[in-house]
Design a binder for this molecule. Structure first.
Ligand code: ASP
Length: 344
């Protein structure tokens, strides 16, 4: 008997040590992520401070938008993501990573949980705010996903701000590409292989990553959005999970809103965002169990690095990630802000 209890306690202790999970935060109305970011050893106090400041600003911008008269969650998602797209710090909008050919090709998506309406753009190089273009696709076209030049023409027709492709360039991201190209060259010389375009390992880049936002508005509707430059050194018009509804973004009032970041190929193959929603709907799992099942179990076992932020229809916020940390934050109905990187 005692042995059995002892064994039980041991199992609980070991499980706990391995699975350090975040706590669910209640009464949340808005939350964001800024990607996976740096490993702990690479983090400096300066970057740590910058990350937290920028995340808090985006959270407050989303919260302010959410509290305007007649605002919807989509307004908050768009406002916060626009701010992060305009900041050169994030891998979204200005500051996006470079493709193998030295271009910035941006992807974004948005979804409304009440109607399951969604919009996305992929591979755009001239649209200043891809999240606004994604929203225009959802609200002002008959389609869900527009790509490349067609998406740019649509954005221009809708009167969205168009910029010279050079606008997105930052020196930090350019150097990141140069480093990757050098490494790739060395590797291909050693192994006699052709370059693969994207490293086998997910490299989140220097300080900030892909961005995402999720909201629960006063009418009780959920929304989600994600915006990214994709993965540095991507080739051949590669598109990741961020503009793929069901992979990088999903919102369903009957379950939760999800925005993802990580190695996009895995998130597409495992339909990550929708899988979390499906586990909640069909298996009645709570948001944290559903997210961990997909991110910490399935995806981790497959070798897919990354994470998600989730917000359910009762205002329960939960981030799940299988990496050391994830830049993330949430704000409660009464304006309490919480920003986290590595800590639970
Ligand atoms: N998920 C993005 C992609 O694969 C990258 C990221 O989140 O860092 O395009």
């Amino acid at each position: 008997m005692f042995r059995a209890i002892g064994f039980g306690l041991l199992v609980i202790a070991v499980t706990h040590a391995v699975r350090a999970e975040d706590a669910v935060v209640e009464n949340v109305v808005f939350a964001i992520h800024g990607g996976i970011g740096l490993d702990k050893v690479e983090m400096t106090p300066e970057i740590d401070k910058r990350v937290r400041t920028e995340l808090e600003q985006a959270l407050r911008a989303g919260f302010a938008a959410l509290n305007k008269p007649n605002a919807t969650g989509l307004d908050a998602v768009e406002a916060a993501i626009r701010l992060m797209e305009d900041s050169p710090q994030f891998n979204a909008g200005r500051g996006a990573v470079f493709t193998h050919d030295g271009r910035n090709e941006l992807d974004a998506s948005i979804m409304e949980g009440k109607t399951l309406k969604a919009g996305s753009v992929a591979g755009v190089s001239t649209v200043k705010n891809p999240i606004t273009a994604a929203r225009a696709v959802m609200e002002k076209s008959k389609h869900v996903l527009l790509v490349s030049r067609g998406a740019e023409a649509f954005a221009a027709e809708r009167g969205l701000e168009i910029v010279d492709p050079k606008y997105f360039r930052t020196e930090e991201r350019w150097q990141q590409l140069q480093k990757q190209l050098e490494e790739e060259k060395k590797r291909s010389e050693v192994r006699g292989q052709r370059p693969e375009g994207i490293s086998e390992r997910y490299l989140p880049g220097f300080s900030f990553g892909t961005v995402g936002a999720i909201a629960l508005d006063k009418a009780g509707n959920l929304s989600a959005g994600t915006s990214t430059g994709g993965m540095s050194n991507k080739r051949w018009g590669r598109v990741g999970d961020s503009p793929i509804i069901g992979a990088g973004t999903y919102a369903d009032n009957e379950a939760c809103a999800v925005s993802a970041t990580g190695h996009g190929e895995y998130f597409i193959r495992y339909s990550v965002a929708h899988d979390i929603v499906a586990l909640m709907k069909y298996k009645a799992l709570p948001v944290n169990a559903a997210a961990d099942e997909v991110i910490r179990k399935k995806l981790k076992a497959a070798g897919g690095e990354g994470g998600v932020i989730c917000l359910d229809h009762r205002g329960r916020f939960y981030p799940s990630y299988n990496t050391e940390g994830m830049y993330r934050g949430c704000i409660t109905r009464d304006g309490q802000v919480q920003v986290r990187i590595f800590e639970q």
